[in-house]
Design a protein around this ligand. Structure first.
Ligand SMILES: C[S@@+](CC[C@H](N)C(=O)[O-])C[C@H]1O[C@@H](n2cnc3c(N)ncnc32)[C@H](O)[C@@H]1O
Length: 325
């Protein structure tokens, strides 16, 4: 029987599971992301059209170039609903794909999205620290916003290198930097506090979400704090990948002013009723973010230290097989 005082946002989890999840980041990841799977694309404005295809291909190009496109086979770790892999396939970066995730709900949604798009994709539930594929399986392994959830990041890199073919490449993007995460978090908390207090005023009442929805968001945020395990210093992340045996390793960072704008906007959008967010507003917010991303990439990346930017991405290569003497 479901306990109605259950603090979990996951309708299927028992109170005991939730309690256990606070001490077990992997269980927390499954509960949290299973719960999120059905609404994840909407929450994060993920689409499978030109907007996200060009975002995904631009990110990939920024860290790993385009000399090897298309990669014949690729596997994504922590694929979620398939945002990165499916859009890279549509953008001509990858021919055949495999989605994997610790959350069975996410794998289901990713496979359904792939089928709707007519893409050649298979999927498995998989833990990045123990990838259920044989050695030398893929030309490319990718991930987006997954490394910061994995307890043993070096073990995951070792596994990635094991399943890559010799000479194969990995690309991980969308990871929070140590400094970026601290200002993004503070801005998010301040925006949440401001919006939820201002919308108590009688004149702004119609902008207030029902209290139970606000409470649910706060509980989700508490579980989010359990699943977010790491932030990264770009140089240390490079060392971790090199220590696992990769070569040609390079970390690149992006988004400074775009993150300063993007986090308050995203938090504001989560704090008000969705029907208040018109299509016009959504396009305005997206275009403003896009313009600032260009300023960050073309101008600020040349003058500011890379540690200041919000996102870090990393690429590297599995050493080619030694040649016979
Ligand atoms: C923030 S979501 C990102 C999803 C997707 N890559 C995207 O960018 O939209 C992180 C995903 O990583 C998965 N995950 C967390 N820990 C994992 C692990 N140890 N192995 C594999 N996947 C994991 C979660 O279930 C979740 O779907």
């Amino acid at each position: 029987m479901t306990d109605t005082t259950d603090p979990t946002p996951n309708p299927h989890a028992t109170a005991e599971q939730v309690q256990a999840a606070y001490g077990d980041p992997k269980l927390a990841n499954v509960l949290y992301h299973d719960w999120e799977a059905g609404t994840y694309d909407e929450k994060w404005s993920i689409s499978y059209d030109e907007r996200c295809i060009s975002y995904a291909t631009d990110v990939f190009r920024a860290v790993a170039g385009e000399a090897d496109w298309p990669y014949p086979t690729a596997m994504e770790l922590g694929s979620g609903t398939g945002f990165f892999l499916l859009n890279l396939m549509q953008g001509g970066v990858i021919k055949r794909g495999s989605v994997t995730d610790l959350s069975p709900g996410m794998v289901r949604v990713a496979l359904r999205n792939a089928e709707n798009l007519g893409l050649d994709v298979d999927g498995r539930v998989a833990d990045a620290e123990r990838i259920p594929y044989p050695d030398d399986s893929f030309d490319l392994v990718i991930g987006h916003a997954v490394l910061h959830h994995i307890p043993e990041v070096r073990a995951a890199f070792r596994e990635v290198l094991r399943v890559l073919k010799p000479g194969g490449r990995f690309v991980f993007a969308g990871e929070p930097t140590r400094i970026g995460d601290s200002y993004a978090r503070r801005l998010g908390q301040f925006t949440w506090w401001l919006t939820t207090n201002l919308t108590r005023l009688p004149a702004l009442r119609s902008w207030r979400r029902p209290q139970e929805e606000l409470d649910e968001s706060s509980r989700a945020a508490a579980l989010e704090a359990v699943v977010d395990l790491h932030t990264f210093d770009p140089t240390e992340l490079e060392r971790t990948a090199l220590g696992a045996g990769a070569v040609d390793v390079q970390a690149v960072t992006e988004e400074f002013t775009a993150a300063l704008l993007g986090w308050p906007i995203r938090t504001f959008e989560a704090a008000v009723p969705p029907e208040k967010l018109t299509l016009r507003w959504r396009w305005f917010a997206y275009r403003a973010w896009l313009r600032l991303s260009v300023v960050d990439r073309k101008l600020l990346a040349k003058v500011l230290p890379r540690e200041l930017f919000y996102n870090v991405m990393i690429t590297g290569v599995k050493p080619a097989a030694p040649t016979e003497p």
